[in-house]
Design a protein around this ligand. Structure first.
Ligand code: BTN
Length: 254
């Protein structure tokens, strides 16, 4: 059994050789009454899920496919920030364990040398106006030896960037410890006021030209990082500011 140095997150942990999706497994466990902090780690996911209904390729030995359970007492509208906290936790752990320069691409991708090494999928179950539970699912391309041609320009793994494999348990431990710390801070204010400075310092697309792909039409501007609500502040050519909500748009570097 791996020893995690976190206080509660991941202390109830289940390792699986193969599962459809660690998010699905945590959901099933949540429905059976599993405690907050329950962590599921799998070697293989046969139906790994990405955002927007996409598939997340999760072959054996290549990644860190894990999900954990939260039972927050705050209102559902505060849950979307949990994904940002998870991104901060992954960034901190990966850079501490590997020494790689690892940055956040708003809102919640993690990039090394400009290529994606991690994706996060947060799912929530609600009842009336309250949260039943939240599942935070994190996929880190740790020891993936190679990627299909189509995504080689945009995706990488820690092993590819380092030239040697990484110790996956150390990274998981770092994520658990860092998430606990950020979660405690977040729960006091229920906004990013005390975390945004740290977040913005770690942001790849800050003080840089970005293109916002919005349903109402694309536009470009300079990104100034996130506000207390986790929205990206983008300054347009005429000096006006827009607050970009991650649900609506996608932001590209230009
Ligand atoms: C994205 O589209 O960038 C999000 C990818 C999230 C993948 C992780 S892997 C562990 C967890 N289980 C899943 O089925 N998805 C998440």
């Amino acid at each position: 059994r791996a020893v995690l140095t976190s206080h509660w997150l991941g202390q109830n942990v289940k390792f699986l050789e193969e599962i459809d999706s660690t998010n699905n497994e945590v959901r099933r466990m949540a429905e059976q009454g599993a405690p907050e902090g329950t962590l599921v780690v799998a070697e293989i996911q046969t139906a790994g899920k990405g955002r927007r209904g996409r598939r997340w390729d999760s072959p054996k030995g290549s990644g860190i496919w894990h999900s954990f359970l939260l039972r927050p007492e705050f209102a559902p509208e505060h849950a979307s920030m949990l994904t940002l906290l998870a991104a901060m936790a992954v960034r901190k752990s990966v850079s501490n364990v590997t020494g790689l320069e690892c940055l956040i691409k708003w809102p919640n991708d993690i990039v090394v040398n400009g290529k994606k090494i991690c994706g996060i999928l947060t799912e929530m179950s609600t009842e009336e106006d309250s949260i039943r539970y939240v599942v935070v699912g994190i996929g880190i391309n740790a020891n993936t030896p190679d990627f299909p041609e189509e995504i080689r320009a945009t995706a990488t793994s820690l092993a590819l960037e380092l030239g040697h494999p990484v110790h996956r348990a150390s990274i998981i431990n770092g994520v658990m410890c860092a998430f606990e710390e950020y979660y405690d801070i977040y729960r006091e204010t229920l906004d990013m006021s005390r975390l945004k400075e740290a977040y913005n310092q770690e942001l790849v697309n800050v003080e840089r030209a970005v293109k916002v792909l919005a349903p109402g039409g694309d536009y470009t501007g300079i990104s100034h990082g996130i506000n207390d609500a986790g929205e990206l502040i983008v300054e347009l050519a005429d000096g006006s500011l827009r607050e970009v909500n991650s649900g609506e748009v996608s932001v590209r570097g230009i």
